[in-house]
Structure formats: structure tokens, C-alpha cells
Design a protein around this ligand. Structure first.
Ligand SMILES: [Zn+2]
Length: 494
């Protein structure tokens, strides 16, 4: 485990952790949001971010400070904490974003890291190459090589107690992201931003975001703090946390406010379209939409920014509580309903259920089956794997209810969609205590029949019968042929 990072609790790929930031002498609880502060104009003062919103950490751009004479002199003289008036931890970006936007910057990794150290940054960043999505593989590999050389340079720069970011690039090639993650985790750098995902998010490509993060996580391993760089919309926090992201930075709260846009966990609304404010933060309980519209420009921007931040921090707290309670994936399922592209993101997350299963706790509160995607959750995969290790008698009845002829078998196990078969003794253990709807869906039946097949294949010599409640023919066709099928519902009518 990284010395600066300790994991306290997990749920799916999500975790509550503690990031120790020695230079600031603070410990940041993750998942954490870092509001982005533009050193030249703050919409909401950093002191207020700490005191009113509970921000423990923020991020600002050292390249802008470096390039702005008066701010640079003050930062070098008084230190960043003094200039910004912020009591928590301060992370600084390096100018890589400007590099991506404008094609060049006039500073090296050594210079910018030394500068970040000199102005009192707590977590610094080298100048990596943010490779955009969908570039040729040759370019992605060449860029990645440059980024990796810079991480090696960063390791050699004298930065004292300052933590240093090791960005993970690789464009939209999951295997390059994985290789980049592995390389980064082998350096002695501290925090791991997954970079250049902003263009994907701007295009609503949440499925690709998840594949990119999953790749990076495979290389980084579980013990590293991961920052989804540039992700500031609360709509996608739950999904990203479930894939293993710990840190987010939001410029969105201020940028959207400037444009009269109002953030919600289900997406963005334009102030001009709102007749009601669906929020109970201090801004929304003391203003009507008309009140907000009547405010002067700057004041309206500040009120909207404050609302946007309240919503964003509230979602982070909700996610932490969901991790504690063990129902993070149910929160993700709910959030996925906000937009079809979010649903794509959630379905892609479930493509990585195997990867999530490794950090998912063996026991939690209770599994709620709330959509057909629930059939693909890591708990179902784990149960199917467990079926391979259970010992099976010579003749076994698997049944969904009270079947006829149960006494003809050595043992009788239950069958519950989506898990499939299990001995009655396990009925009270997680996740088999799941709450499932009475109106079962196809995905749950298919998952249950996969479980039956798994058990049958592992036990070629056992005689196995399946008593089901009217499963459709094509689901039953997936069950191995040698299983004797009994339809409980129609057996009663004979
Ligand atoms: Zn509000």
C-alpha cells in the first residue's frame, strides 16, 4: 500500500480512504472533491470553500501562477496557502491542460515541480502529455513514452514533503492505460490522476471513460489513490467511484454558474428553464428561480456556483454513506437512469464485474435487485464461482418452491434468480438474502440458469433435477441436457 493512502472501507470498486498530505499536515478523506480555483478570479473564496462547504483540499494551476508576474511574486514570497487563504491541502496542476489546448508551454517538468515546491504546493504535478481519445496507436504509444520519461524525471526532482502526481495516459487504448498504470505505480510518486478523459466526458462517452479507468486500475493495483482528472459533474461521481476513483476536481461548479447553468445529480439545467428549484441547499431554500434570475450578473453567478458546490459535495457524502452501508451499486443503478449514456457507463462497469468482485466485501447489508443489470453484479459472479467449490450429493434436486417428489433425492437445494442454486444452509447468508421483485425478469432467470449449468458441469457424476416455476423454453435450453426438468406450476395441474 502507498504510504500516504489507507483504505478504510470498500464496496464494489469504491472505497473510503485517507490520503495523508504531510506538507499541509492534513488527512483528506476520500472520495474527495477538489474545487478548482483560478488564481486570477475566484467565484467563491477558498476560505469559504473550507468553512461553509467543508472542502479539505483544492486544486489550482501553478502554470497560470508561474505566468502571472504579480501572483508569482506573491506566491514565492508568502506561499500559496497565504495567497489563497486556504487552510486545507493544495494540489497544483502543471500546465499540461494548456499544453493540450494550445500545443505548447514554456516550462519543463523540473522547472514546474521546483516552482510548485517553492510556492508551497502540497501535491505537485509534472508536465505529462494528455493524449486525446481515438488517436493512432503509434501516437498514443509515443506520447506515453514521453509522459513516462517525465515521471522518471519527477522522481529525481528534490520536492521534500510535497506529494507528486503520476498521471496515467494512453488515450482510448485500455491496454496502454494498464501499462501506464503499472509503470506509474512502480515509480515512487504518490497520487495517480487518470488523464485526458475530459474530451470523453464532453461527448457523453461514459462507457469509454469506464473502460479507460478500468484499464488504468488494473495496472495501478488496488492500493493507490486515483484521481479522475477533470471530472467535476456530480452526475457521474457514483459510477466513477464504483470503478475505483478517489479524487475528483470541479471547475464545473464555477464554469457552469458563469453560464447560468444549474447542476443536479441527474444532469444540468438552464436557469431560464427552471420553475422550481429541486434542491434544499441554503441558496435554493432562500431563493425562487425568479429571485435568482433577477440578481445582477456577478451575484447570480456566485449564488449559482454556491448551489452547484452544495449539490456536488452532497453527492460525495451520499456516496460515502452508500459505501458504508454497502449499497453503492444501487446508487449507481439509480444514477444510471438519468441518461442513456450513463446507462451505457453502468453496463460497461458491469463488464468489469470480475475486477470489481476482488474488492467487493463478502458480506453487506442486503442486496436489492432493482433492474435487470443487477443480474450482472459482482455478488452474482462470486456466487457462481462459489458453486464450483460446494460438495454435491449423488442425487440432488434444485427447486424454486415446494416440489413434488422431493423425498426421492439425497438433498434438496433452493434456486433463486439471479443467483441460481444453493444449499438451504446458506439461505441466511449474503447475498442470498437478496430482496428481489416478485415479477422476475429474464436477465435474472438467465443468470440463475447459468448458475445451474455451472454446478452441473462441475459435478458430472451427480444426478441433478431442476424444479422451476415456468421458466421460458429458451432459458431452459441453456441448462445442460442431462438435467431432469420439472415445471412446478404445471405439475400441480396434472
Ligand atoms: Zn441548491
Amino acid at each position: 500500500m502507498r504510504e500516504c493512502f489507507e483504505i478504510r472501507d470498500t464496496d464494489a470498486g469504491g472505497r473510503i480512504g485517507e490520503l495523508a498530505v504531510p506538507r499541509a499536515d492534513v488527512t483528506v478523506e476520500t472520495p474527495a472533491l477538489l474545487p478548482v480555483i483560478n488564481p486570477n478570479l475566484d467565484t467563491i473564496a477558498p476560505r469559504r470553500l473550507a468553512e461553509e462547504f467543508g472542502a479539505e483540499i483544492l486544486i489550482t494551476n501553478s502554470y497560470i501562477i508561474y505566468g502571472t508576474d504579480d501572483v508569482r511574486e506573491r506566491a514565492l514570497e508568502d506561499g500559496l496557502h497565504e495567497v489563497l487563504d486556504f487552510p486545507g491541502a493544495i494540489m497544483t496542476d502543471s500546465g499540461s491542460f494548456q499544453l493540450a489546448e494550445y500545443g505548447e508551454i514554456d516550462v519543463t517538468t523540473e522547472e514546474i515541480l521546483e516552482f510548485q515546491h517553492a510556492i508551497g504546493s502540497d501535491i505537485g504535478t509534472p508536465v505529462d502529455i494528455p493524449t486525446p481519445p481515438d488517436v493512432s496507436r503509434d501516437r498514443a504509444e509515443a506520447d506515453l513514452e514521453t509522459t513516462q520519461e517525465r515521471l522518471e524525471v519527477a522522481e529525481r526532482v528534490e520536492t521534500g514533503e510535497m506529494l507528486v502526481n503520476a498521471p496515467v495516459q494512453g488515450s482510448t487504448y485500455p491496454d496502454l492505460r494498464e501499462a501506464a498504470g503499472r509503470h506509474a505505480s512502480e515509480t515512487d510518486l504518490d497520487v495517480f490522476p487518470v488523464g485526458a478523459v475530459v474530451p470523453l466526458m464532453n461527448d457523453y462517452r461514459y462507457d469509454d471513460v469506464i473502460d479507460v479507468v478500468a484499464g488504468a486500475k488494473r495496472g495501478l493495483g488496488p492500493a493507490t489513490p486515483v484521481h479522475l482528472f477533470g471530472a467535476g459533474h456530480p452526475m457521474m461521481f457514483a459510477l466513477s467511484v464504483a470503478m475505483g476513483c478517489d479524487l475528483f476536481d470541479s471547475a464545473a461548479y464555477a464554469l457552469y454558474a458563469r453560464d447560468d447553468r444549474y447542476l443536479t445529480v441527474r444532469g444540468t439545467r438552464h436557469l431560464e428553464d427552471l420553475e422550481y428549484l429541486p434542491c434544499s441547499c441554503p441558496v435554493c431554500t432562500t431563493h425562487s428561480p425568479d429571485d435568482l434570475r433577477r440578481l445582477e450578473g456577478d451575484q447570480r453567478e456566485e449564488e449559482l456556483a454556491a448551489h452547484n458546490l452544495h449539490v456536488t459535495f452532497a453527492e460525495i457524502r451520499r456516496i460515502k454513506q452508500a459505501i458504508r452501508a454497502g449499497n453503492l451499486l444501487e446508487l449507481v443503478e439509480g444514477r444510471a437512469r438519468a441518461h442513456p449514456t450513463m446507462l451505457d457507463g453502468y453496463r460497461t462497469l458491469l463488464d468489469h464485474a470480475d475486477q470489481l468482485e476482488r474488492s467487493d466485501p463478502v458480506s453487506k447489508g442486503s442486496f436489492f435487485y432493482v433492474s435487470h443489470e443487477s443480474a450482472r453484479r459482482p455478488e452474482v459472479i462470486r456466487h457462481h464461482r462459489r458453486l464450483e467449490r460446494l460438495s454435491v450429493p449423488d442425487s440432488l434436486l434444485l427447486t424454486e418452491g415446494d416440489p413434488p417428489r422431493a423425498d426421492e433425492f439425497d438433498e434438496c437445494w433452493r434456486v433463486e434468480p439471479p443467483f441460481g442454486p444453493f444449499p438451504r444452509a446458506l439461505s441466511k447468508s449474503y447475498p442470498l438474502t437478496a430482496e428481489v421483485p416478485d415479477r422476475t425478469d429474464r436477465a435474472a432467470l438467465e443468470a440463475a440458469s447459468d448458475g445451474v449449468s455451472r454446478l452441473v458441469e462441475e459435478n458430472p457424476h451427480a444426478e441433478i433435477s431442476l424444479a422451476h416455476r415456468g421458466w421460458p423454453g429458451d432459458v431452459l435450453e441453456c441448462v445442460p441436457e442431462r438435467v431432469d426438468l420439472i415445471d412446478i406450476d404445471s405439475a400441480g395441474d396434472e
